[in-house]
Design a protein around this ligand. Structure first.
Ligand code: PEP
Ligand code: MG
Length: 540
């Protein structure tokens, strides 16, 4: 068994025979030619034939993938008719006396370089077009087969690279998935593979060899892996993963865009929990109503030192922007206990879960806290952001937080930096103390979010980390449910909503209880959103 790791492009898992095809090596070296006129004629002839091919590709793509996808080939045709492009190649032939093939390679390098240097992602996306058209002309010029050699039976197709034209020409019956040694996840080939829904990965590296041709393989487009010759256990595991994924996709078709409404008409928001900006893609793919909990400590844990205001701002802004107006709740730093960063070195504690963690760290080190708050407030100008504070046990803590927020917003006002004035602040209810004074806390904040992981731990005195105690870690324990009931009653009395964002929110055996208790929203791992939506729709 050998595993190649690449970059995931299109999700999905396929199992089948490998078909490995490498493009013939064309050896285009720096070559001069005296017959300038013949080289110019050769260039214009391949250009004409490439344009013809692109027109045919446009027509066939238009009929099955629509105008937007077909327009890729119009853009490529325009490049071949562009005076600057033509002029550049002609000059290489006339002035430097290079042959047509080498002049095309030079044009490809030069135009890719120019486009890459422009700080505009739209322009940069045309680098793939430049490479595609050059490749097309070189294939014609060098007499290599224009049509890529294709498998004759259903296979996972592996090659050094594909271009956009290859993807639309595949016989979909014969190509189960794609893996390339090189390539980019944002190339037109990748975009088209995604449109077709063809599981794909790119960049598996140069170690991929033709000797693997014909072997059994698993292409995991979710993780970005190609497993060749999988052993029995891996194959079974991947078959299970494939089944789960297909079930999710089936559910997605059925439930995407549907409301999370119970049979009796109660509306429950379903949000996603994430730990990085990348998590947003998955949350959107599973149609989450928003981000109910962004555990910002992961930003700190992935950094070598405390992340700067700017670094944090860019991440938070990316999250709110990508969610395009949907609710995003970012929780401030909850380092400590099991969540450690190399540079965060509190004194050794006998009971870390009862120790220096979460809001206690933020309040004890206000400079770190203020840096994060400034980043959050700045990001709030770009979307629908709310802030959540972890492990609260007193009203006094909330007052101290508010005082620091005031300092931060005063600073931003003085610097003329915009932020969302109506941003709501909420607190985690994850200690029995917070539950018992939730009537008072509710008057100070805009929402509650119940962390059942910690609330269960502290209510039942059961270490959430100790696997030996798993059977005692009972999130439906009457004491835990009572805690939730008190919290919801006090929150609703004060007119504020309550979410649950601990792991128990995804436990479908709890959903009816939580609905009965009057919970307003549940926030779960992105891949649990749809199963939960289905469950809510079956509840009373
Ligand atoms: C919780 O305690 O339930 C929670 C959501 O927070 P964390 O798991 O990050 O402690
Ligand atoms: Mg917690």
């Amino acid at each position: 068994m050998v595993t190649f790791k690449g970059t995931k492009v299109v999700s999905g898992i396929v199992i089948g025979k490998l078909f490995v095809y490498m493009h013939p090596d064309r050896h285009i070296t720096r070559a001069t030619a005296d017959d300038t006129d013949a080289q110019l004629a050769a260039f214009h002839e391949v250009r004409r034939r490439a344009i013809e091919q692109l027109e045919t590709l446009y027509d066939s793509t238009l009929s099955f993938l629509g105008e937007t996808n077909a327009s890729i080939f119009v853009a490529q045709e325009m490049l071949l008719e562009d005076d600057q492009y033509i002029g550049f190649v002609e000059r290489q032939i006339k002035e430097s006396k290079y042959n047509a093939a080498y002049a095309i390679v030079l044009a490809s390098d030069e135009f890719s370089r120019i486009l890459t240097s422009i700080e505009d992602t739209y322009m940069q996306s045309h680098v793939a077009d430049v490479r595609d058209v050059s490749e097309r002309m070189l294939r014609i010029l060098c007499g290599a087969e224009i049509e890529l050699k294709e498998p004759q039976e259903p296979c996972i197709f592996v090659s050094d690279d594909f271009n956009a034209g290859d993807i639309v020409q595949f016989d979909r019956e014969k190509v189960l998935g794609l893996a390339t040694m090189f390539g980019s996840p944002v190339s037109h080939a990748s975009i088209l593979a995604a449109t077709i829904g063809l599981p794909s990965i790119v960049g598996i590296g140069q170690e991929m060899l033709s000797i693997y041709d014909g072997k059994c393989a698993v292409l995991d487009g979710i993780k970005g892996e190609l497993i060749i010759d999988p052993d029995k256990r891996t194959l079974e595991r991947m078959r299970r993963k494939q089944k789960e994924y297909e079930e999710q996709q089936r559910m997605l078709l059925l439930l995407k865009g549907k409301n999370n409404v119970t049979k009796s008409g109660a509306y429950i928001n379903v949000y996603a929990n994430i730990g990085s900006a990348e998590g947003v893609e998955t949350a959107l793919a599973y149609d989450a109503g928003g981000i109910g909990l962004f555990r910002s400590e992961f930003v700190y844990m992935e950094s070598q030192t405390y992340p700067s205001e700017e670094e944090q701002f860019l991440i938070y802004r990316e999250v709110v922007e990508k969610m395009r107006g949907r609710k995003v709740i970012i929780r401030t730093l909850d380092l400590g206990t099991d969540k450690q960063a190399a540079y965060f070195r509190p004194e050794k504690e006998n009971n870390p879960a009862l120790g220096y963690r979460a809001i206690r760290v933020s309040l004890a080190q206000p400079q770190i806290f203020k840096t994060q708050l400034r980043a959050l407030y700045r990001a709030s100008a770009y979307g629908n952001l709310d802030i959540l504070f972890p492990l609260i046990i007193s009203v006094d803590e909330v007052m101290r937080i508010k005082k620091i927020i005031k300092e931060v917003t005063d600073e931003l006002d003085a610097e003329n930096i915009p932020y969302r004035k109506e941003m709501r602040i909420g607190i985690m209810i994850e200690t029995p103390a917070a539950v018992m004074i939730s009537d008072k806390l509710a008057k100070q904040v805009d929402f509650f979010s119940i962390g059942t992981n910690d609330l269960t731990q502290y209510t039942l005195a059961i270490d959430r980390q100790n696997p030996k105690l798993e059977e005692y870690f009972y999130t439906l324990h009457p004491a835990v449910l009572k805690m939730i009931e008190i919290t919801v009653t006090n929150a609703h009395k004060a007119g504020i909503p309550v979410d649950i964002c601990g792991e128990a929110a995804a436990d479908l055996t709890h959903t009816q209880d939580y609905i009965n208790l009057g919970i307003d929203a549940l926030s779960v791992a992105p891949n649990k959103v749809l199963t939960l939506r289905k469950k809510i729709r079956e509840c009373d």
